[in-house]
Design a protein. Structure first.
Length: 854
């Protein structure tokens, strides 16, 4: 079978001769509830023009069988025309009609038309997910973003089902046990943005209306959907409330009426990513429907995603990148708008920029220091490249750089630019230059050199303060040193902090300036009293790593928790974590800071990332000789803070979960078992279903819960979520048999759905079980190429990333990784990229351990 890849050159060639006038797609999914039915019927008719009559082209299709192909009334032999990935057609006319009838496969990997059967009630649910190129698993398509066209879908489904697509339905007819839904034609959109959601979904309805500037009223029917068995937990009002605030806000800022009619938001099972911006039919991972108590950070995260996807209706759906090189044109904007919108639209999540600074940026810093990092505007040769570029650069660094652009060019110029961009390129495709031209118009600034520095180079700069003072403690000079690859222009704020009368650390001065080149002085600081803390990049305007002078670092060691401002404190935490990752601060020092100050941390999102980082510091960055003690300290700290936290608070829940992640001694594990059995309780802590699973996982990983007990919990929670947790807990048991079973379930068969692949890998890879999993390092490297060739890219990425021997932090494993890389120069570039990144994580952990030992 030929490759499933598609190159940029091929896409350019195809776009140079073709114009697509429209698709009619008929799907018959009446067989979906029968487990034995592997396929559904798909019939696609494409009307398109060709600028070079007589030329040849191909349509993309990944289907088990093609039944018929007709071009301009002429039947082609499917066996000759279809090669397993493409239907080849030649002798094109100026105007063409192509019909392809195929049997397409129901998916279990979240790619294409995913089928899920709910263990709770036996109901079947379907939804599609395509980005970047999986529409071809459902219908025949010119699978590239710049061949936009209107799509008309017709879906025949079981009669009891609800069916949604991008456009509203125009008619529904019932025949026997089936109903056929005819949808209105969509606006001209890209193939990867089309969608179908079908099943007995629970639907909450609402609507939004707004009087536009010309006096007309825009009415947008809204809905929010989830599986029926999740309906009791579905807080649709909260979701739809954020939706309406967002629609108000984006209409105001973008001044372009929402172009896609209605707005459905479906929360779907076994979803690979957070959400997808299908116009008028957004899909979300259903873990955003909270079955148990979660902290406010989870609500904020969900609201952020709601606004991110909504921003895409303009950035991405109305105006779309020409090819995946400019993926950032939509993802960086949407990522920026998620946080910007949470604050600006008046949601209750006013600390969105704190979360962004502390969590989103950590993703960017990590990615940007891999040897595989790339400029924000990337060089995407083909679809495999594209798949790997949904990364910390395209999203988080891109959004950070847009935040910097707003500081540099001004918010008004930025939004006026956005408005002109939508007007000028509506329903079209764009590249970097199209946006820059407009931003230059609105800002009156030359952005070419800015874009060259920020968008077309890779890597993160480090800013370090250099402060000198006289004998009286007055600043004689404050300079900002910049290093790290290409030096960039940074618009930054510098904050000086001192203790107030109550001992709190508060900002006493703020200077905003342009940092350029290797050394920039802060003239206004001269003559001021030397402060307790100098915070570069205060207010988080730019994208950089920051360091501290020795005196500031000492202030943080003794008083980090006294910083009053949430954002300043989050920036300090972030900088300390970067010092740890960069082997400039021993892991045990970072752990000590967390143990000392996390109990004071007011921001729940920051607290939860401190938990993750402190655990990571002990597991990977600490000297192995200290690891045991570090682990005990974390568990003791968790227990102490759990008992001290306000009853029923988010903080209490976060500490309970952290206790479950760190529990190792008999005292901690005894409490875990007591909480499960109901013989122990913590005032105000409700041991609900998700917390129960977290506690079971702790016992399983410690070898204190067997298959029978776990099966008992599953019997009490026989749901999709329960099955995932049960699977992970089984794989997390510290026995050779449990590890072998998890490995085999993932590697030896492709029957497992994506969600259970993920659960097995997560359970297998418990860091504390590194002695048990060490045996799998050699087989892992042997399997890589086979996995890459045989599995879908989504599953292959999980296996390659998840089974890498990450917790074997030693020179031998590093050498094994290097050996594989040296021996496989011809392996798929995307596969090499994944291995290179994991290898880099390992090398970083080795450096951090050396620092911690010293
Ligand atoms: Zn997005």
């Amino acid at each position: 079978m030929p490759g499933k890849n598609l190159s940029r050159d091929e896409a350019q060639q195809r776009a140079s001769i073709l114009t697509v006038d429209g698709y009619r797609v008929r799907l018959d999914v009446t067989s979906a509830p029968e487990p034995a039915a592997a396929t559904f019927r798909s019939t696609t008719t494409i009307a398109f023009r060709c600028a070079e009559p007589g030329a040849s082209t191909f349509v993309d299709l990944l289907a088990p069988a093609v039944r018929a192909v007709t071009l301009n009334g002429r039947a082609l032999d499917p066996a000759a025309a279809y090669d397993g990935a493409r239907v080849h057609v030649d002798g094109l006319a100026a105007e063409n009609v192509l019909t392809v009838e195929a049997d397409c496969a129901y998916s279990r990997t979240g790619e294409g038309l995913h089928r899920f059967t709910d263990p709770a009630d036996g109901e079947t649910y379907l939804y599609t997910h395509y980005e970047p190129a999986d529409a071809r698993r459902v219908f025949a398509t010119f699978e590239q973003p710049d061949l936009k066209a209107p799509f008309t879908f017709t879906v025949t489904a079981p009669a009891a089902w609800d069916v949604r697509s991008n456009a509203p339905h125009e008619s529904v007819t019932t025949e026997d046990a089936a109903r056929t839904w005819e949808f209105a034609p969509t606006k001209a959109i890209s193939t990867y943005l089309t969608a179908v959601v079908a099943g007995p979904y629970h639907v909450a309805r609402d609507h939004y209306s707004r009087t536009l500037d010309d006096g007309t009223v825009l009415d947008i029917p809204l809905s929010a959907m989830c599986r029926r068995s999740l309906a009791p937990y579905f807080d649709a009002d909260e979701i739809l409330g954020v939706t309406k605030l967002g629609l108000d806000f984006f209409h105001e800022r973008f001044a372009y009426p929402y172009p896609f009619g209605k707005y459905d938001q479906a929360f779907v099972p076994e979803y690979n990513i957070g959400a997808m911006e299908n116009p008028g039919c957004v899909t979300f991972r259903e873990e955003f429907v909270f079955r148990s108590k979660v902290t406010d950070a989870a609500y904020e995260g969900r609201a952020n995603v709601v606004l991110h996807e909504m921003a895409h209706m303009w950035f991405g759906d109305l105006v779309t990148m020409r090819w995946w090189d400019d993926l950032w044109l939509k993802e960086s904007f949407a990522d920026f708008m998620g946080s910007y919108g949470l604050v600006g639209a008046g949601t209750r999540y006013q600390s969105a920029w704190v979360t962004f600074a502390n969590q989103r940026k950590a993703w960017a810093y990590r990615q940007d220091q891999f040897p595989t990092t790339h400029p924000i505007t990337a060089d995407i040769r083909d679809l495999e490249d594209a798949k790997l570029n949904f990364d910390g650069i395209t999203y988080a660094k891109g959004a950070s750089v847009l935040k910097q652009l707003v500081a540099y060019a001004g918010a008004e110029a930025f939004f006026e630019g956005a408005r002109r961009y939508f007007q000028r390129h509506a329903f079209g495709n764009t590249e970097l230059a199209d946006l820059l031209d407009i931003l230059e118009e609105t800002s009156g600034r030359d952005l070419k050199s800015w874009a060259a520095a920020w968008l077309q180079t890779a890597g993160v700069n480090t800013l370090t303060p250099q402060l000198t003072a006289d004998a009286e403690g007055r600043i004689t000079e404050l300079a900002v040193l910049q290093d790290g690859g290409v030096l960039r222009p940074h618009r930054i704020a510098v904050g000086l902090y001192d203790r107030d009368a109550d001992g709190a650390l508060v900002r006493t001065a703020r200077f905003e300036l342009d940092v350029t080149g290797a050394r920039t002085t802060v003239a206004e600081a001269v003559g001021l009293t030397r402060p307790a803390l100098v915070l570069l990049n205060d207010d988080d305007l730019t994208y950089c790593k920051i360091r501290f002078d020795e005196e500031s670092l000492e202030t943080l060691r003794t008083g980090l928790g006294d910083i009053q401002d949430d954002l300043a404190r989050a920036l300090a935490w972030s900088a300390l974590w970067n010092l740890t990752r960069d082997a400039l601060m021993p892991a045990r020092d970072y752990v000590a800071l967390v143990l000392r100050f996390a109990g004071q941390e007011a921001n729940i999102g920051v607290l939860q990332s401190l938990h993750t980082q402190a655990k990571g510091a002990v597991d990977l960055y600490a000297d192995p000789a200290w690891r045991g003690e570090g682990g005990r300290l974390l568990a003791d700290g968790a227990l102490h803070e759990l008992r001290a936290a306000a009853p029923g608070s988010d903080h209490q829940l976060a500490w309970a979960r952290f206790l479950a992640q760190t529990a190792n001694g008999s005292e901690h594990l005894g409490l875990v078992r007591g909480l499960l059995a109901g013989t122990a309780r913590i005032d105000g802590l409700e041991v609900d279903q998700e917390l129960r699973w977290a506690l079971w996982l702790a016992l399983a990983a410690a070898g204190q819960a067997g298959e029978e007990e776990l099966a008992g919990e599953l019997a009490a929670d026989n749901t999709a979520g329960g099955r995932r947790q049960y699977t992970q807990s089984l794989a997390a048991r510290p026995t050779p048999e449990a590890k072998a079973a998890a490995w085999s379930a993932v590697i030896d068969s492709d029957e497992l759905p994506n969600a259970l692949v993920e659960a097995n890998i997560a359970g297998f890879a418990v860091p504390a079980h590194r002695d048990l999993t060490a045996l799998y390092a050699a087989p892992y490297f042997k399997l890589l190429e086979r996995v890459w060739a045989e599995r879908t890219i989504e599953i292959a990425m999980r296996i390659v990333g998840g089974f890498f021997p990450q917790s074997q932090v030693d020179e031998a494993t590093l050498a094994e990784a290097d050996g594989w890389l040296a021996g496989h120069p011809q392996a798929a570039p995307a596969l090499r990229r994944l291995v290179l990144e994991r290898r880099d994580d390992l090398a970083r952990a080795l450096r951090a351990q050396a620092c911690d030992r010293a």
